[in-house]
Design a protein around this ligand. Sequence first.
Ligand code: PMP
Length: 300
Amino acid sequence: MYYNNETFIYFNGKFVKAKDAQTDLYGQSLHYGYSVFEGIKSYKTDNGTKIFKAEEHYDRLRRSAELMHIPFSYTTQELTDLTYKLLSLNGLSDAYIRPLVICSPNMSLSKGKESYLTLLAWEWSNGYLGDKMRIMTSSFQRPNPKAFLVEAKVGGHYVNSILACQEAKDKGYDEALVLDEKGNVAESSGANVFYEKDGVLFTPSKGNILPGITRETVFEICKELHIPVKETFFKPEEMRGADAAFFCGTAAEIVGLDSLDDIPFNKNWDDTYSCLIQEAYRNLVRGKSLKELKNELKVS
Ligand code: PMP
């Protein structure tokens, strides 16, 4: 599903066939989750294939490596150029791109000595066009920021995401809403969250979340469209039964939420700011400027 005999990846300094790439079994990345990675998307636009927010994603990858003491010397420009080359080698346009930085053989609990960059990409043609999600408050908490550096995108953090997401699926929901150690809403297993009440959007403040690039894009959209948005800490009770809510992330884009713990969000989706933001985001990734969008969406 992710690759076939013809797929190219960038691995350890060169482009090779995915089927020929090999790694060792003696590394901290595999054993301890000591790796950093990104999730990026490219889109077909009127001006060719464009990687959405490449600079922001690769700056975050470099920052994640730095926070984890993983030596990593690629510049954002080099990483972007390599990614466009990878997309072209694989004939990809609408794609999901997964950069991964792993460490050389070393089984100790000290910092990485050398790292290897892998770039993978596969076709991802449709965003979430589908239904709104039914979500539940997770019994798991997000990693405690005093135990992990939560603003870094680190492999090991995602064991928590798997537990939370699977618990929700096992209970018949689509996704989990995960709280921080104080019981405030943090995020989902792999996306940030916003809710809308009386014409204002609310999203958790930084500190216990991965501050998403899509979250930042939502702020940009709100600014341009004059939609009020507040970063604050809040409990799930404040969110339950609000007018609308959505998850946002590179993979999910903007996905509307149907209910939290079986309590529906009240307003007709099409009449919400959340819906407008979803539409704006869909257009933005396809290369339309926010100014153009404002005219099309007929907002002042
Ligand atoms: N939170 C978590 C835990 C995530 O894994 C992601 C996806 N990277 C996000 C938030 C959203 O981040 P972004 O918008 O940068 O994709």
